[in-house]
Design a protein around this ligand. Structure first.
Ligand code: CP
Ligand code: NVA
Length: 332
């Protein structure tokens, strides 16, 4: 089947069919090969991309910037301190202005409705670089990384440990359902995905021959897993006061060597990053001092182990974002 994504926004994976997701991941693999072989690919020369960040970022910003430049595009980076958006100009007006100057908009920020509205009003493709609910570009990199280790992921088992209702976990559940991968959310009841999204994902998974399971039991959840995935316990935009409760709720779900030993022998560890696996960060050091824990969602030994593929994932952010930009912005 011929896939044509030209002019489309990339807001959430629920909007994309399994074939379209497959196409983007395959395209990313092709771009990775080209980059490694030094084959230039400035296919979008003369196009312009603007990056709107209302939350901080290392990987997503750099991935968009490098991908856009490799494709020959110009890039503008705007953060809340250096734009009028929200304070002096409505989102609707901002979108209409940017739509006159640019060929694509990346947005990282708060509610999913913001990126959806941007897309409606801008008249050009809009890319979700993370909202409170979803982080779709991260997922393309994650499945690509898993495939680099296992080949086809269909029928395999990915377990998300910890805050299973955050943006990364939500998106992981969606992409697993779309790609026929068995998904397990392993965490406390309070942090399980919302009912509405879970129901949608269960239906999609059934259509694609996989299952969505929730469990509080680490030993049952991680048994024979192919991938153990986790993320930080408190996401950007959540109040600082929540740390104490999250540590209490999520400590039993830390990814340790014992957890990895319960998974398959060839299992891999994945994390979107940034990660609190030691005390070499301001927040990590503060938490250690206040609560006496030196590692949070993953032990340092697992993070640094040969099973850990976190830096491959980080690199693949760039190749997959490049695929999204090319596929959607390749219009005359
Ligand atoms: N994984 C990810 O989105 O990282 P950044 O917050 O650094 O962009
Ligand atoms: N759940 C994290 C992901 C960071 C990439 C957050 O939203 O802060």
């Amino acid at each position: 089947m011929e896939i044509d994504l030209r002019g489309r926004s990339f807001l959430k994976l629920l909007d994309y069919s399994p074939d379209e997701i497959r196409y983007l991941i395959d395209l990313a693999k092709e771009f990775k090969r080209k980059k490694k072989e030094g084959i230039t690919h400035e296919y979008l020369h003369g196009k312009q991309l603007v990056l709107l960040f209302e939350k901080t970022s290392t990987r997503t910003r750099c991935a968009f910037e490098v991908a856009a430049r490799d494709l020959g595009m110009g890039v503008t980076y705007l953060d809340p301190a250096s734009s009028q958006m929200g304070k002096k100009e409505s989102l609707e007006d901002t979108a209409r202005v940017l739509g006159r100057m640019y060929d694509g908009i990346e947005y990282r920020g708060y509610d999913q409705s913001i990126v959806e509205e941007l897309s409606e009003k801008a008249g050009i493709p809009v890319f979700n670089g993370l909202t409170d609910q979803f982080h779709p570009t991260q997922m393309l990199a994650d499945i690509m990384t898993a495939e680099e280790n296992f080949g086809d992921m269909k029928g395999r088992k990915i377990v998300f440990m910890g805050d299973a209702r955050n943006n990364v976990a939500n998106s992981l559940m969606v992409i697993c359902a779309k790609m026929g991968i068995n998904y397990v959310a392993c965490g406390p009841k309070k942090q399980m995905p919302e009912e509405k999204l879970s129901e949608v994902c269960r239906k999609v998974a059934e259509e694609n021959g996989s299952t969505i399971t929730f469990t509080e039991d680490v030993s049952i959840g991680t048994k024979d897993a192919d991938v153990i995935y986790t993320d930080i316990w408190v996401s950007m935009g959540e109040p600082e006061e929540i740390w104490e409760e999250r540590i209490r709720l999520l400590e039993p779900y830390r990814v340790t060597e014992e957890v990895m030993a319960n998974a398959k022998k060839e299992a891999i560890f994945m994390h979107c990053l940034p990660s609190f696996h030691d005390t070499n960060t301001t927040i990590g050091a503060q938490i250690a001092e206040k609560y006496g824990i030196c590692e949070m969602e993953v032990s340092d030994s697992v993070f640094e182990s040969a099973q850990s593929k976190v830096f491959d994932e980080a690199e693949n952010r760039m190749h997959t974002i490049k695929a999204v930009l090319y596929a959607t912005m390749n219009v005359a």
